[in-house]
Each structure stands twice: as structure tokens, then as C-alpha cells.
Design a protein around this ligand. Sequence first.
Ligand code: ADP
Ligand code: TZD
Ligand code: MG
Length: 576
Amino acid sequence: MTTETQALAPAAELTDGFHLVIDALKLNGIDTIFGLPGIPITDLTRKAQGEGMRVISFRHEQHAGNAAAAAGFLTQKPGICLTVSAPGFLNGLTALANATTNCFPMILISGSSEREIVDLQQGDYEEMDQLAIAKPLCKAAFRVLHAEDIGVGVARAIRSALSGRPGGVYLDLPAKLFSQTMPADKGLKSLIKVVDPAPRQLPAPDTVARALDLLKGAKRPLILLGKGAAYAQADDAVKALVEKTGIPYLPMSMAKGLLPDTHAQSASAARSYVLAEADVVLLVGARLNWLLSHGKGKTWGQDKGAKRFIQIDIAPTEIDSNVAIEAPLIGDIGSCVQALLDGMGDDWVKAPADWVGGITDRKDKNLTKMAATLALNPSPMNFHSALGAIREIVKANPDAIVVNEGANTLDFARSIVDMYKPRKRLDVGTWGIMGIGMGYAVAAAVVTGEQVIAIEGDSAFGFSGMEVETICRYNLPICVVVFNNNGIYRGIDVNQSGGTDVAPTVFVKNARYEMMMQAFGGVGVVANTPAELSLALNEAIASGKPTLINAIIDETAGTESGRITSLNPTAGASKK
Ligand code: ADP
Ligand code: TZD
Ligand code: MG
């Protein structure tokens, strides 16, 4: 070709790094980004929005990251969190680590500085070796240096987040990548649509037979449902297993609603009894971690002989992590539960009547006691009376999603507020982390379109409180109920030195949290009684408007650390 003809040939249409990232995500059905703009990803957020993606912009990356994690849990698609370099990346990292701990699929995508400068530590703008830092805190971490590899990078990130045990993935995109260009047709061909990112994993037949043998011989069987079972979306199979076997079950907090909490076989109101007395326990997507006292000790009736465990999990290395698992069943929950059902045939004998009856008696007694406590109407409100009001509203609005964090506010809400449908409860999860509230609430509203009720301790709310602006900006149907007891656990601690500073657990008294929502155009209400709380919450649901209810709770009502006092090395001393 002469120079002349070259000049006359039409320029090949080009694409660039920005568009390849967007196209790769869209090709894989990802339509939402949670993030916070800045160098070098500002244009990525603009262009993504321009290309029809929903871009939800937060006030702090941790909350964008928490939103991505919750979106991943709710949809089985990895939630995307997009941040700037070093500080933005670090702000998002807590959420990435928390997602990994909870087995929620998410991808943290961060822009990063120039490799050459970072590696020689020459002091670039927001310089940090982000890939190295992310690696130990997530399931997988990748960096893309060339535009033609963006398709592979995004595909690897999606598959890593979703396959096997889900988790958090970090994707490092250096600034230079975004402006790299390549012919558009070649770019298109470089993208990968991930096929079957979470393939079904069938359990081996001999492991199914072993599990059924153990279950068949059980005199006091128990099923424990965890948030892995909720994530798996095998709702019908799980329900069929519970009902076909007649075995009492306990839902872990985020598995509540997988079957309605009012189900006759729910043993929640007799939790201590069934944990201590059961002889064979079938774990379905639940780990024997601190939340289950590691499967040992008094909680598990150690003095009454060893428990025998069947555990369904997708991660083979989870087995025997705390106690011996006699019958591991490795595979996805849908396939494993179905294999058990198939293996049971038509003549499976239901759980022994004396065991089931004994549980029902205890349950009824405890529920009667609880009803009496909920009916009391003390002034000021306590946790029970306020939650009694919310409980009725959740019952009347079973599609609403409940987000819950705090100490007493968490522990009481978990046991008092019944859930009726799967994946309607999002909470502090495996770490017991504070700060997930507004991020989870935004994600729940954005990806489901349902009403969200966030039940928040006043301390817990403070971690993400600024995101009420985000809630107002996107006009999301979120009602935040702040349980205002003037502090962490309680509002009555005193400075042990007698000095003028208040105690470390105490906040400004009678704080006007409702004004935070009003500041951004939302509705703010104070509730002093259960009736006022019900009215305000019903109005919030009817209008769908961003609302914050400042629920005034007796500042003496809580206990240190809520219900996990036993884990607190000084709780005994400070209680004296
Ligand atoms: P909880 O806190 O509710 O007890 P955990 O988070 O401790 O629940 O446990 C969830 C478990 O579920 C993890 O061990 C995880 O590997 C497992 N899991 C997640 N998704 C699936 C799935 N689709 N199939 C089987 N197991 C799963
Ligand atoms: N920081 C983080 C990230 N997570 C934590 N779990 C804590 C600190 C410690 N912590 C708890 O475990 S609960 C809690 C803190 C600070 C707050 C409890 O106060 P609250 O709830 O107002 O949210 P109640 O109803 O007053 O008990
Ligand atoms: Mg509090």
C-alpha cells in the first residue's frame, strides 16, 4: 500500500479499555456497579452509566463494597464495587474481606497507579501495590495490563467469585489500561461470556448412602440451615427435605425465612434444648464456627455423649474443621438435598414423635412467655416492645427485606422478628461486623425493588449513616429504624476515673437521628411508643419514601455485648 492509499482507507473503528470493561461486564449479565468515582475511574463510571448500566455512587467505598456483597448474595451474580486507587481501594477492602468470610460473591475493581512507578516506589499519586495487599484477603486476585486481556480478566474474576464456595475477588486495573485502544472488532472477539460459572456439583452416590444410613438411625435428628442454603436458591428442595423427614430444624440468622419462621417444625424457640439433645445433626450450608459454639461444649450437650454430624457443603475443606463429620456430603446444596430426597424413597419414616412432641411443648411454653413480654408497654420503649411493633409489620409485609445490625438490637430482632420468605434477612454475618447497614439496604432496594426495613442499633447505624444521602439521592424505598439507646449496648456507663469525658460506650444523649434523613429531603420521625413506631413504619412502606425513624429505647435496657457476653474477656468484671 502506498502512503497515499493508506491515507484514503477508512480508519478502523477503535474501542478502548473503558468500553472493554463495560462490554465485558454487560456481556456477562452484570448491569449494576456500586462505587465511588475519582482518578482513574471517573470516566468509567460515567461511560458505564452512558452505556445503560445502573451506577450507584456512594459516599464511602466500604458501603459500596457492602452493597456489592449483598447484591451478590441476593442474585447469585457477583456484585461489582468500583473504587479509585490506594485509599479508595483500602476502603473497599474491608467489604471484600467480609464478603469472602461470608461466602458472598463480589468483585472489587480498583483503578491503580503506574506499575513502573509503584514497583520502584517512586511516589506516584495514590501509590500502592494493591494486588499484593488484596491477595490474602480474598478468594482470588488478578491484574490486567493490556486491553486485549480485559475479557479474560473479567471472566476469571466472575468464575472465581461464583464457582465452588463463593467469595470476594479483586481485579486490579492500572490507569494506563483505560486509554489503550484496539480495533473494535478484535476487542469484541476478545471478550468472554462465562459459561456455567457455578456448575452443579453432584455428591458421590456412596456419600449419599452414608448420610442416609446415619439419618435413618437417628432418634433425635436435627437439621441446621445456614446462609449457604439461602444463597443456593434451592428453596423447594430444602422445604421438601424438612417436610418429608419431619425433622425439626434451626435456621441460622440469614437462613430465617427459608421456611417461614412460623413453620411447625421450626425449633428456634427451643434452640438450646435441641442443640443439647439432638443425636444426629444435618448441617445444610452452615459452618460449625463460633456462631454454633464450634459444635462442642455445653451448648451441644457434651455431657450427653458425642453428636454425629452429616454436613452438606460445596467446600470439601470445610469438613472436620471443628469436630469430626461422620458423613460429609460434598456438592451444591440443590443437588445434595435432591440426592437425599431421591434416596429416601416413598417409605421414609418421619422423625420420632416423642422427640418432635417434646420440642413442640418447649417451644409453645417459650412462645407464650415471649408473647407476654412483647405485650408489655413500658415507657420508654424497650427492645421487646419496639420489636413487637416491627414484628407485626414484617408479618404483614413478608416481601420486605430486613437489614439488621447492632448488639442488643441485632440479638433481639433476630429472635423476635419472624421472617416468612427466603433471603429476606441480611445481617452482620460471620464476623458480626458493624457498618453493613446502609450498604446492604441500598443493594437490597436496588436489586430487588422491594421495601427495605433496616433495624439499626444507634452505634451500628453510625458506621454507615452518611449513606442516608445516597438513599435519598436514588429515592430508595428504605426505612431505617434507629434503636436509640444513647450508646453501644446501653447509654448509662460512667467514666471510671470520674473525669468529665463520658464513658467510651456512651453517645450524645437524645440525639436527633431523624434530622439526618430530613437534611437530604427524606422523612424523619421520632417514635416514643410502639404505636408511633407502627404508624411511622406503615407510612414509610405506603409511601416508599426514604424514611428514618428515631426509636427512643430505654437507655438501661441493653446488656453488655448483647448475647455474646461470654466472648468478652472483661464483661464479667464490668458487670459486678
Ligand atoms: P451460617 O453463618 O448461616 O451458619 P456460613 O456462612 O457459616 O452460614 O456457612 C455457609 C456455608 O455454605 C459455607 O461453608 C459455604 O461453603 C457453603 N455454601 C455456600 N454456597 C453453597 C452452595 N451453593 N452449595 C453448597 N454449599 C454452599
Ligand atoms: N467495629 C466493627 C467493625 N464491628 C464490631 N462488631 C464492633 C466494632 C464492636 N461492636 C459490636 O460487636 S456491637 C457494637 C460494636 C461497636 C455496637 C453496639 O451498639 P448498638 O446496639 O447501638 O449498635 P445496642 O442495641 O445498643 O446494643
Ligand atoms: Mg445502642
